[in-house]
Design a protein around this ligand. Structure first.
Ligand SMILES: [Fe+2]
Length: 594
C-alpha cells in the first residue's frame, strides 16, 4: 500500500511517503520553497516524495491529510461566536483564509496530486501527532502523550498504542492549551510565536524561576496534569495580533521589546553586539527579569508535562512513553520526563511538530485504519533530498574558490578534521537532508567544541545569534556516557534527534565549554555508525586527534533562513558568512584564509 501524508495551512507544511508501511521520503516544504516555516500547500515536498518513490499520484492508494478541516472550522466559528464582538478582526481574517484554501483542501489534493476524492482521507490532528510518535517507535506497546498549541479542538491527548492499534482516550480542549500558554510567554519575551519557543527555552537557564507562583496563577492544574487556563490573562482566543491581555502585563510587567539585544551579567556582553552601552548594568538587570520569566514558564511547563506523564503511566501501567506535538520539541522537558517520570524509555521522532503529522496521518491510515502490521522504526532523520553530484561540481566551479575533490570518505574526513583542529568553522553538507527542525550532521555547521571562545567565533562569523542560544554537541553514541549524564545512550531515541537536554558530567564541562550551556547542560545528539557512517567517522577521527569525540554542531543556515538543501544554497550561505571551508559530500571548498 502506498500512502502519501500531507500537512499544511497552519505552520511547517510537509509531505511524507509510505510504501508497505516503510518510509520512503519525508520533507518539509520550507527546504524547497526557501520560505521559513512555509505553511502553504507542499507541492514541492510532494513532488520530491513521489520522485523518491519513482511514482506519480496515480500510483498512490491513499492520501492522508493531517487534520479535519471542517471540525477545525467549526471550532473557529464557535470561538468567534462566544467571544463576539471582540473576535471580529480575527474572525474576518480566518474566514478569508478558510474560504480561499483550507476548506477546499480535498479539491487541491485531487487536482495537484492526481488522486480521486474517495482516496483522500482525513485524520484528526492529534491522532496524526500520536501516530507519528508511536508507529515510528520500536515499541510494541507504549503510552502516548501529545501536546501542542491546538488541532481541531484538542490541545493535548493521552492514550495507548498496542501493536497496530492506537487509542486516544482523554483530551484537553481549546482554549486550554499548554502550547498556547508557552507561546504567550514567547510573544511577551519578544519572540515570534511558533518560531521563538526554543529561544525561551534557551534563555531560561540564565534566570531563576522567581515568578513561578505568578505563572501558576494563570491556570488551574489537577494532579494528573489536566489544566484550565484563566482566560482573563490571554487574548489569543479573540485577537489576531496579541496572545496575552493587560492583566498578564499587570502580573509580569511590560513585554520585552522585540529585537532588543539580550544579555545578562552571566551571559556577558558578546563582542559581536558592538561597543558596550553606557547603561550596561541597567540593561543587564532588565534582561535578568525576562530571563527569570523564561525560567518560570519553563519550569511550570515541565511540571505540567511531568504530571501528565506520571498520571498516564500509572493509568496504563506503561513504562514506555511516546510523545509528539510542538511541545515535545521542548528538549529540556523531555530530559526531565526521562529522568523523573516512571518510564524506562522515551520516543520522540525528529519532526515532532506539525510537519511530522504528515507522516503520522499516513501511518495512522496504514496501521490503525487498515490494520497492516508494523515493520518500520525511525532510527534516523535522513529522509530528504541528497546532493546532486553534478550540482556539487557546478557549485565548486562557479565559486572560483580553491577546491579539492577527495578520493574517498577517509580523505574527506582527514582533511576536515585537520581544519577543525586548526580552529576553522566548516559548512558540512552530505547525503539526504534531515526531517524536522534539527541539523543532525547532514546540513550542519561544525567547529571544535573544546575552545571556550568558539561560541562567540561561530556566532560572530556565522549566525549572528543571541548568546543565550546554546550550540549542540554531536557525540559518538558509544562514548556519550563518558561525557554526559545519559546511561545506556543507545536506547535513548530523542538523543539521536537532538531532542533531549541532559547534564554534562562535571569532569567534562571544561573539556567541551563551547557546547555546555550556562547551567551545565547540553542538548546532545548521539551519532551511530550504522545510520550516519561518514559523520560518525568524522567525530571518531576528530576524537582521536582532539581527545574528545564531540563536535559543535549547529544548523547550516543564516539567521532567519531555512536550512540549506542544494549545493548552490550551501555555497551561497557559505559565501555570505565567515565560514572557512565548505564540504559538499566529497568536495571541499576553501576560502583564502583556510
Ligand atoms: Fe499540532
Amino acid at each position: 500500500m502506498r500512502i502519501l501524508g500531507i500537512s499544511c495551512y497552519f505552520h511547517d507544511a510537509a509531505a511524507a511517503l509510505l510504501e508497505h508501511g516503510a518510509l520512503v521520503a519525508a520533507a518539509e516544504e520550507e527546504r524547497f520553497s526557501r520560505v521559513k516555516h512555509d505553511f502553504g500547500f507542499p507541492r514541492h515536498a510532494i513532488r520530491f516524495c513521489l520522485q523518491q518513490g519513482r511514482m506519480t499520484g496515480a500510483d498512490l492508494d491513499y492520501v492522508a491529510f493531517f487534520e479535519k478541516p471542517f471540525v477545525k472550522f467549526d471550532r473557529i466559528i464557535r470561538t468567534a461566536i462566544t467571544t463576539a464582538p471582540r473576535a471580529h478582526a480575527v474572525f474576518r481574517k480566518a474566514m478569508t483564509a478558510w474560504m480561499l484554501d483550507k476548506l477546499w483542501v480535498k479539491a487541491r489534493i485531487r487536482d495537484i496530486v492526481g488522486v480521486p476524492d474517495d482516496r483522500i482521507l482525513f485524520v484528526e490532528h492529534h491522532q496524526s501527532h500520536a501516530a507519528s510518535a508511536f508507529y515510528c517507535s520500536p515499541f510494541s506497546d507504549a503510552a502516548v502523550l501529545t501536546v501542542d498549541g491546538v488541532g481541531e479542538w484538542a490541545t493535548a491527548t493521552t492514550g495507548i498504542g498496542r501493536n497496530t492499534q492506537l487509542t486516544l482516550d482523554s483530551e484537553i480542549r481549546f482554549p486550554h492549551s499548554l502550547g498556547l500558554l508557552y507561546s504567550a510567554f514567547t510573544a511577551f519575551l519578544g519572540f515570534e510565536v511558533n518560531e521563538g519557543e526554543y529561544k525561551v527555552m534557551g534563555m531560561a537557564p540564565y534566570g531563576v524561576p522567581r515568578y513561578e507562583d505568578k505563572v501558576w496563577r494563570l491556570l488551574e492544574v489537577a494532579t494528573d496534569g489536566a489544566f484550565r487556563l484563566n482566560l482573563d490573562y490571554f487574548s489569543f482566543h479573540y485577537s489576531a495580533v496579541k496572545t496575552y491581555s493587560s492583566r498578564f502585563e499587570d502580573l509580569f510587567g511590560p513585554p520585552r521589546p522585540p529585537d532588543a539585544p539580550f544579555f545578562t551579567e552571566s551571559s556577558g556582553y558578546p563582542s559581536y553586539f558592538g561597543p558596550k552601552p553606557g547603561n550596561y548594568s541597567e540593561l543587564a538587570a532588565q534582561n535578568q527579569h525576562y530571563a527569570d520569566v523564561a525560567a518560570s514558564i519553563q519550569v511550570v511547563t515541565e511540571e505540567i508535562l511531568l504530571r501528565m506523564a506520571r498520571s498516564l503511566c500509572a493509568r496504563t501501567n506503561a513504562t514506555r512513553l511516546c510523545m509528539a506535538g510542538g511541545v515535545a520539541l521542548n528538549s529540556v522537558a523531555n530530559g526531565r520526563i526521562l529522568r523523573e517520570a516512571p518510564i524506562t524509555d522515551l520516543y520522540v521522532q525528529p519532526a515532532a511538530g506539525d510537519s511530522g503529522a504528515a507522516l503520522g496521518a499516513a501511518l495512522f491510515v496504514h496501521h490503525n485504519v487498515f490494520g497492516e502490521p508494523r515493520s518500520f522504526v525511525m532510527n534516523h532523520a535522513y529522509w530528504g533530498a541528497t546532493l546532486d553530484p553534478d550540482a556539487v561540481t557546478q557549485a565548486a566551479t562557479a565559486s572560483g574558490l580553491r577546491h579539492t575533490e577527495c578520493r574517498d570518505d577517509a580523505e574527506v574526513v582527514g582533511r576536515t578534521v585537520d581544519l577543525l583542529i586548526d580552529g576553522k568553522v566548516i559548512g558540512w553538507a552530505q547525503g539526504a537532508f534531515e526531517w524536522g527542525p534539527r541539523a543532525l550532521g547532514n546540513r550542519s555547521i561544525l567547529a571544535d567544541p573544546r575552545r571556550g571562545d568558539m561560541k562567540d567565533i561561530v556566532n560572530t562569523k556565522i549566525k549572528f545569534r543571541e548568546p543565550y542560544r546554546p550550540f549542540a554537541p554531536s557525540v559518538l553514541m558509544d562514548r556519550a556516557a563518558d561525557l554526559f549524564q545519559l546511561a545506556d545512550p543507545g536506547r535513548h531515541w530523542p538523543a539521536r534527534f537532538m531532542l533531549l537536554v541532559v547534564p554534562v558530567l562535571d569532569a567534562a564541562r571544561e573539556r567541551i565549554p563551547a557546547v555546555t550551556h550556562v547551567d551545565g547542560s547540553a542538548r546532545l545528539q548521539t551519532v551511530a555508525a550504522d545510520t550516519n557512517p561518514r559523520y560518525h567517522s568524522l567525530i571518531h577521527t576528530f576524537g582521536e586527534a582532539a581527545g574528545v569525540p564531540v563536535l559543535l554542531n549547529t544548523s547550516f543556515n543564516l539567521r532567519g533562513e531555512p536550512i540549506v538543501n542544494t549545493p548552490a544554497e550551501a555555497l551561497s550561505t557559505f559565501l555570505r558568512s565567515g565560514m572557512d571551508a565548505l564540504v559538499l559530500d566529497r568536495t571541499i571548498l576553501y576560502k583564502d584564509s583556510s
